[in-house]
Design a binder for this molecule. Sequence first.
Ligand code: AGP
Length: 604
Amino acid sequence: MCGIVGYIGTRQAGPLLIEGLRKLEYRGYDSAGIATVHDGAIEIRKDIGKIEAIEKKIGLSLAVGTIGIAHCRWATHGGVTQKNAHPHVSPKHQISLVHNGIIENFSELKKKLQSQGYAFQSETDTEVVAHLVDSLYAGSLKEAVQNAVVQLEGAYSLAVISAKEPGTLVATRNESPLIIGVGKGENFVASDVPAILAHTRKVVYLKNQEVVVLTATGVELFGKDGGKLKPETHTITWDEKKAEKGGYPHFMLKEIFEQPQVVTETIEGRIGEGRVTLEAAEQLGDVKRIIIVACGTSWHSGLIGEFMLEEVAKIPVEVEYASEFRYRDPIIEPGTLVLAISQSGETADTLAAMREAKKKGARVLAIVNALGSSIAREADSVIYTKAGPEIGVASTKAFVGQVIVLYLLTMFLGRKNGLLDEQQVRNRVRDLRLLPLQMQQILDEHDSVKTLAKKFAKKRNALYLGRGINYPIALEGALKLKEVSYVHAEGYPAAEMKHGPIALVDKEMPVVVVVTKDDRTYKKVLSNIQEVKARGGHIIAIASKGDTEIKRLANEVIYVPRNSYLLNPLLAVLPLQLLSYYAATARGFDPDKPKNLAKSVTVE
Ligand code: AGP
């Protein structure tokens, strides 16, 4: 996810663009840059690092001109380097652009442009778009952009300027967000509302494949077919603080609601025609055993990965707390793959465990969200969850991204080991593609969880139970509740209750049971629920839509749609994330900044 801002008007663009970019830094902070047009030339200033540091170093806001574009980057293609920072420029027609998204067919486009004599300075997909627009420029920037984007596959939002047309800023999008800010004698384009709210509350939400041409005094909108459209203006009523969170009160809630998109973006370009393409997995070699090392929520996603990999790829897996693994003098035989899972890519214990494993000769594959992070750099190969920056301390969307990557890796290895044929992969991909819609259905019904959370918030303790692949979800739900609402919660395998914890059960102890329908442990969990009921326990069940039996037993039921056994956990976890979030806010706490915690635990 990256941040884009554009300006055209009568004021100097530099200060306005950088002020707007600061409001979007939560979208990406690997590098930043600005391009303006003045005296018939493009001026570019860009570097790696956070905006403040770059501003001090090269004076981003000092770029001259009353038209410009600016960008803060969350690297996807190409490392975190000055050359890969945006904006990118095509010297031939002096065209410059910034981009948010992922161009899936950039390699073939790059080859074609190289054959036309274009030389590339960066490793990015964005520079390919700049040269493509350039190669199609024949006096109209708008037409060059229109003719270029029809050749693009994947997600993009683009803001484009040219030294040849200093009075025109062209922008367009497909899947990645972009809004137009309509000012008086000036106009803006941005990835998100906060960037322009200081100057105007009148916005136009660009739709997929629409192209907009901005001048200082005009906004012209064109449809996919090139026909002119009437821009639909909206007035923003949010205050600035709230706007940074896209209108959500907290980043945690915003990130919970981003999860359907995370599924879509994480699988984008990695599945097709009965095959899974995992760039980093190609060189994995023969995998005889997998050891997963991680901490916290990432450890929970590892537990789900164990079910997936053992069931489908028939590879023995063990999941270790990274902080324990590194002091255990582990046995690593040839053919052992160590999987390091980390959202931040900077967790000290996971980094140390990975180094220990490498010292003992293991191949290390990392599943990381933050590109260019230490774990990503030191692993032998890395697969990125494309969740975008996760700001809330409690991990939500990154967890979903991790489980999706584990599912893709499972299908890749299952296919490689000859245990999955093309049709079986297609069937599993079909289940995967169902997820975003099913997740959205749950999120659309979040008010019922909000009401339940208010009751929950008055409690001091809670038990979370699950069995089989739902046990890690019970653990994750308990961790979320603890982390943000400070209600003590324990996750337990449902069958373990009778070996001790059931002594705690009384009417004051809410017992959340993840009991989605399956033909493995569902009936057993119903018996575990009976045991709790018999002791006066208050049961809150996370159950599959259509399950009427659970209604007889549970005091409250939150229904989720049904997917496959291996993917149901990604549906069951959503109500538990929402429950913890609303319990925290009901208790008057800020879920984004829970006490005593940090987003990335870089200490041992
Ligand atoms: C999860 O909500 C917590 N913030 C914490 O347990 C976290 O998952 C853990 O610190 C691991 O972080 P990582 O994924 O960045 O390595």
